[in-house]
Write a protein that binds this ligand. Sequence first.
Ligand code: CP
Length: 290
Amino acid sequence: MRGLLTLKDLSTEKIMELLRYAMKLKRGFRIQYPDKKIATLFFENSTRTQYSFQCALMNLGIKVVDFDTQLSSIAKGESLYDTVRTFEALGVDGVVIRHSKDEYFKELETIKIPIFNGGDGKSNHPTQSLLDLMTIYEEFGKFDGLKCCIIGDISHSRVAHTNIEVMKRLGMDVYISGPEEYNDHCAKWIPIDEAVETMDVVMLLRVQFERHQEKMKISVEEYHEKYGMTVDRMNKMKENAIIMHPAPINRGVEIADEVAECPKSRIYKQMTNGVYVRMAVISDALDGNL
Ligand code: CP
C-alpha cells in the first residue's frame, strides 16, 4: 500500500529523512503540486490533524476535497472500502483517513492511491509521532540517550503506542506513568514524581473518556492532583527538560492552566511542526517515495 499507515513500516533512516525534509520545508523550501487533489476523510472528531493536513495540502498547492461524513452516503450504509474506492474512481490523488477502527487500512489493501493515516483506533498516529519527533529533534539535536516519560491514559492512546515503538528504535529511554487502570505495560512504569525530576521530555496525555468502557475510578480533581502536571511538578523538572502534549488539552485535568503555555511547554510548537511534517509526508508520497 502507498502513503503512510504506520511508522513500523519505515526504517529509522527513512524517518530521519522525513524529519530533515520537514525541517527544510520549515526553513522555507517551496514545492508545489498544482494539478493534484487530496480528500480528507475524518470519521472521528479532529481539530489539529484534520486542519493541519488541510493547511499542509494548501501550502503544497494541492486542492482539498473536504469529505463530510454527516452528508455523505456513509449514512446510507456505504462501507469505508466503497467510500475510498469512490474517491479513487473520482480521480483524487490520495486520501487522508482517521477512523475509530484499529488498522482500518487492512480492508483497503487493493486501493492504489496513497493513504495517509490520520489515526486508527488505539493503534497508530504516524504523523503525530513524526511531529513529536521533529519537536524533540529541534530541541536536543538527537534522540539517542534521551529520556521520555508518557503520562496518562496510556492504554487508550494511539499516540503513546506509536511513540513508544519509534522512540525506542531511535535509542530513547521511554517510560510510562499515570493511573494503574490505564497501564497496559507497553513500557516501564515509573511514579510521576520521579518522572518529572529525571526526564528530558515529559509528554502528557488527555484522558480519553470517549474510548472508555467503564467510568474512571477517580474524579478529575483527584486525577489532576495525583497524575497532572501541576506548577509544583513543573518546577521540579530539569532545567532543559520540555513538556509536550498531542492535544486537545484539558486544562486543570492532566495539565495546569499555567503550565500549558509556560516556557517549558512545546505544545503549540508541536502543532506548528505538524503542518511541515504532513507537507513532507504528502510530498514524498506524491514523488513516489512512500
Ligand atoms: N493530536 C491530535 O490528533 O489532535 P486532533 O484529535 O484534534 O486531531
